[in-house]
Design a protein around this ligand. Sequence first.
Ligand code: ZN
Length: 273
Amino acid sequence: MRASSWTRRMRTCLWIVMCIACASAAPARDRGTDGQFSERRSRHFLLLQDVDIDDYTGVDGSRKFERDVLAVLEHAYDQVRDVLGIAPDASVRVVVYDAGVYDREFSGLFGFRSAGFWDGAIHVRAGVRVDARLVGTLHHEYVHAALEALGGRGRFPAWLNEGLAEYFERPFGFRGLASGEVGQLRRQVAAGAWIPLEALSGTGFARLGGHSAALAYLQAFAIVDLLVRLGGEQSLERLCERVARSGDVRRSIKRTYRRDLEDLEAELIASLG
Ligand SMILES: [Zn+2]
């Protein structure tokens, strides 16, 4: 899932425009069988969109929204295939909800305000346009879909699953930790608030409260950022293959980076200064 931390990063409008220009959505549009969702396909995705979105975008606006969402998702597919070597054969189902409907239906699922989640389908809270926030959410949730396609449900510990999702939220240009994030992590360590990675090794962060969840996502991202600094992006593909095959994260880390998990965590903390 993805916590709602809209201000954490900004993406360029250029990237969004580029995605939209590459749209490959199929032209057909059908009403869902329950009359509440419209349906649209692209090469790797099936999009179901809450028709209430028509109320404020108009049908033409809604169609544009669908095309734009699918273009972003296809770009996410390409990025994950190129970096992690994961290319699911089956179409990934994506449900886009009117923001009010999303909040009403799903606000009780998490201890923090969410923007989207994966539960076998990608569910996202829509806005009136495909903005930077929604682009980030779509990239994030697609990583969960791809990892599950590779290894099955629950195969990846939350810190790695969420850390990779956070990493791919940054689809354009520099993906490393921002200086403000390094400072935030440093303060977290100084305050004794660092969450041990072992405690982030369950299947998700859903039970964490808002503040803890934000820290957990940042820590998870920081570990993946360290993995990239140690072994390059290409090491992530080897790591994911090993975790998916064996289910043994410690051994996979050791084989890929010649370090124990505890050593990686200590190295990250030391690198914060
Ligand atoms: Zn997530």
